[in-house]
Design a protein around this ligand. Structure first.
Ligand code: BDP
Length: 702
């Protein structure tokens, strides 16, 4: 009997709950409160649009199915409006007074004659407006007197997939590639459509399908047919497709003598290839290029510059309105140099020499997507070149898919940083959105964290990073708090107290991760190759700037990389105001301290503690904070779907285990140099440094 009851309970709970996370923030479940439902229903009697284009049709279809879910009734698509009231009108018009001031893709939503009007200049605007209206309903906001206008701050809101032709993903932690290359172009997986919906719902309008370490195979007819099929799925959602290219493709595919960008034969090859692509995909976006970086081919192989390479491709794309996005992630291996300065050295002199359909894509920080980096010194240093911001959503350096790290605060910290290049307020965001130097070609890019895992991102909480990225790429002025709140309410729960608890955990999560891995500006001490776990003792690698000791420079005197005038002087790449802010170890904000200074272990910091005491305490605090996150999460158990609850709960336990590894490894390793005891009240690790090294060695086994 007992067995039967428990089976029944299991059955009920798995039908009523058991959310596998597939629906992301687009759940559209029935609004439970009937009064609230009725207020929304008043404005959802019908949907009407005059537009016949595919994107507007998507907008009205999305409204229809989503509202049906939320309100529990079918909403008709009206053939005309005549005197109808109580509906939603999608209006695309460049002359509507409300749309005059909007940018492309922007929308206005207002009430008129008892209807809600979503008005925009182009069909994509209608789609984004429709999702914005739905978001208001999903999060329980009033729409009865709605009157809003919203425009994206940048033109390209783009995901970069690092996906390979055989289905693996470089730095992917959520399964294999979403793109089932072998099945394409014949089989169209429903996931492609759901992926496009999710992107459109947050305003993402461009996608690079393949890894920046690009296989030339993507430029063959075999793969271009597959790309064409994906482009057709994404088109009705307002998403353009781009490809990463291999700079040596002419030689690899065309058997040319070389791939010299100034050789007429090579230019012709690219012109022809580009024409071939546009014949298949008339709205193809363009090329993303990683050149002369980490072994990838590039123009420097032929004594040419990055601009020579980019401009050759720009010329091929120009007649088709395509663009080149050329990455600035380059760094020569110089054991005496400072990797921090490499990209600046290569790119700054090229400012003003790029064709007008070229953008240079710069990572948020000068090294490589660490948990905290100062903003990249190229921001503000190339006023004549449109710079795209590259963030990384996939958690390569943020604990893969077992660590809860909400990335919005990391993105915001960079975007809100002041470059001072045109005086106070010259933020990185203003460089990127074009307002500082009057650029209209603008982009914010995120390296995708999606994969074939049922819940898309491995860690369910990492869905929030995809969501936050889209929202911030649309409007970098939004706060991390607001974005978290929206996401939680749409994805996890609307229970007010639980929303607050989860939001608090999310907002603190990045700082907690920094504390138990790389506090006070320590960087690049992770396990080599796989970039997981601690390996601060790493002394030898294929390149000096892939070791840990290159960055932390620990010795008996102190810790940190001196980048002031007495050291590498990387600080000199910034404006005088920034140099002043970070240049003095007494006043440098603690989060950046070890990025710029070699600090004596005994130096007293602004916290009142010595460097060693503060530094080692952070690891203990970090671990304790993970325990706090676990406790907070358990406290909302009753308000969260049990399957999601259990999954996140398990991942938090894994995070705790990993945090202990980081703590013990780093504290014991650096203690050898500091030569001081672990500060009270913290206990000495029970494991030895030798044991920690063994644990991490195993991480590196293949
Ligand atoms: C590093 C990754 C490497 C990428 C490279 C890049 O470790 O896999 O190829 O960045 O951005 O973070 O090109």
């Amino acid at each position: 009997m007992l067995k039967k009851i428990s089976f029944l309970l299991l059955f009920i709970s798995s039908t009523a709950w058991a959310d596998d996370g597939y629906r992301l923030w687009l759940k559209f479940d029935l609004i439970k409160n009937p009064t609230q439902r009725a207020t929304y229903a008043k404005f959802s009697q019908f949907i009407y649009t005059e537009q016949q284009d595919a994107i507007s049709q998507t907008a009205s279809k999305e409204l229809q199915t989503s509202l049906q879910g939320l309100l529990g009734k079918r909403i008709p698509i009206a053939k005309n409006i005549q005197d109808k009231k109580g509906g939603i009108l999608l209006k695309v018009s460049a002359t509507d007074a409300k749309t005059q001031a909007l940018a492309d893709d922007g929308f206005a939503i207002y009430t008129q004659n008892n209807n809600i009007v979503v008005s925009s200049k182009n069909p994509s605007g209608a789609l984004y407006g429709a999702f914005a209206l739905l978001r208001r309903i999903q999060t329980g906001l009033d729409i009865s007197k709605i009157d809003i206008a919203d425009s994206p701050k940048v033109r390209l809101r783009m995901l970069n997939h690092w996906d390979n032709p055989l289905g693996t993903i470089e730095r992917g932690y959520a399964g294999s590639s979403l793109w089932k290359w072998y099945e394409l172009p014949e089989v169209i997986d429903q996931r492609y459509i759901d992926y496009a919906r999710a992107n459109a719902s947050v305003g993402i309008n461009a996608v690079v399908l393949n890894n920046v370490n690009a296989s030339a195979r993507f430029l063959t007819d075999e793969y271009l047919q597959k790309v064409k099929a994906l482009a057709a799925v994404f088109r009705p959602y307002g998403i353009k497709v781009f490809l990463s290219l291999n700079f040596a493709a002419p030689k690899i595919l065309g058997k040319t003598k070389n791939s010299d960008p100034l050789a007429p034969e090579i230019r012709t090859w690219w012109n022809n290839k580009t024409q071939e692509i546009y014949k298949l995909i008339p709205d193809f976006g363009g090329y993303l290029v990683k050149a002369n970086s980490e072994g990838e081919p590039g123009p420097q192989d032929f004594g040419r510059t990055h601009a020579d390479g980019a401009n050759m491709l720009a010329e091929a794309l120009k007649p088709h309105q395509g663009i080149v996005i050329w990455r600035a992630f380059v760094y020569a291996a110089d054991p005496k140099g400072d990797r921090f300065k490499e990209a600046y050295k290569d790119f700054k002199p090229l400012d003003g020499t790029f064709a007008d359909n070229v953008m240079v894509q710069v990572k948020n920080g000068p090294i490589d997507f660490q948990s905290r980096e100062p903003f990249h010194p190229l921001f503000g240093a190339m006023p004549k070149t449109p710079l795209a911001m590259e963030f990384q959503l996939t958690q390569e350096y943020l604990g893969f898919s077992t660590n809860l790290v909400y990335e919005a605060p990391l993105f915001k910290e960079c975007l809100d940083s002041d470059t001072y290049v045109q005086g106070k307020g010259s933020t990185v965001a203003k460089v990127v959105d074009g307002s500082l130097d009057k650029h209209t070609l603008t982009a914010i890019v995120g390296v995708a964290n999606t994969g074939s895992d049922r819940n898309w991102t491995g860690h369910l909480m990492s869905q929030a990073n995809w969501y936050a990225f889209g929202r911030l790429a649309w409007n970098h002025a939004l706060s991390s708090e607001q974005i978290a709140e929206e996401w939680i309410k749409m994805t996890l729960t609307q229970h007010p107290q639980s929303v607050t608890v989860i939001q608090d955990v999310m907002l603190k999560s990045r700082e907690i991760y920094v504390d138990f891995t790389t506090p006070l500006g320590l960087h690049h001490v992770m396990g080599q190759n796989i970039h997981f776990g601690p390996e601060p003792w790493l002394e030898r690698s294929a390149r000096p700037d892939w070791t840990a000791i290159y960055y932390h420079r620990a010795d008996s005197l102190g810790l940190g990389f001196n980048r002031t005038a007495t050291g590498s002087n990387a600080l000199s790449l910034y404006s005088p105001e920034v140099q002043q802010l970070w240049g003095n170890p007494d006043t440098c904000p603690l989060p950046y301290l070890l990025w710029f200074h070699h600090v004596p272990w005994t130096k007293q910091l602004s916290t009142g503690k010595s460097l060693w005491d503060e530094f080692s305490s952070r690891y203990y605090k970090g671990v304790a904070s993970v325990e706090w996150m676990q406790k907070q999460w358990k406290s909302v158990a009753n308000q969260i779907d049990p399957a999601i609850f259990a999954d996140v709960d398990g991942r938090l336990a894994a995070q705790h285990r990993e945090a202990l590894n980081w703590r013990d490894a780093c504290v014991l390793y650096f203690q050898q140099y500091a030569n001081q005891p672990i500060p009270a009240p913290y206990p000495k690790p029970t494991r030895s440094l030798a044991e920690m090294k063994k644990i991490v060695e195993i991480y590196q086994l293949r």
